[in-house]
Design a protein. Sequence first.
Length: 238
Amino acid sequence: MILGSLFFGGDIMQIDSDAVDVSQTTVMRLQHMLKKIDRVCLPPASRRDLESILVRQVAHELDRLLPWQAGHGQATAAIAQELGRALHLDDETLHQLRLASLLHDIGILMLPPCLQSRREWLEPESYVAMQNHPRLGAMLLEPFSFLREATVMIAHHHERWDGSGYPYGLRGQLIPLGARILAIADAFDAIQVPHVQERSLRDRIALRILRVASGTQFDPVVVETLEVLFAEGYARHV
């Protein structure tokens, strides 16, 4: 059954009402899971532990709902944490960076259902629609006070150092540091190298690709930090 049409960047997409109902139910279920934490009063360290457990549960649900990228949140979180520690983030910011990494693609669930089921979006109208997912994810998570800083990171993780990114076109150090770290961790894990099976070779190629985009797409300091980590023998814990 067709509900109607949605406009994305001037293009029209037909939306199936049954699929929309399923997506709305899914989003409401995830929001209900996250609401549990706002009612709990605990010491900061215990609260962070509980927040991590709850967000991991939501991340597992995201893996189930978006199987084409299962494990991406965990892998992104692993490299983001390494980068955050190397850049001397404080404990609370590191914690928020981890939560943001686990949830950074949650906005995909608020896109038309036809865009939730596959890894590649080649049509121009689909690409424009996908550019909404950081903003939509931030809107979904904004009501939860314990995710306030993580929400900002998620909203801006597709901004570019040169200002040509989305959704807001921020540039340079106007982009929050956590979002700059998340952008690089996200891209590092997402890069696909066809016909390369060896993990270490794939990682070296991915690092070269990030180096090429340093200073245009990515913060050059964060890219250099990732290079130093690999030069010092850091392995990915995923």
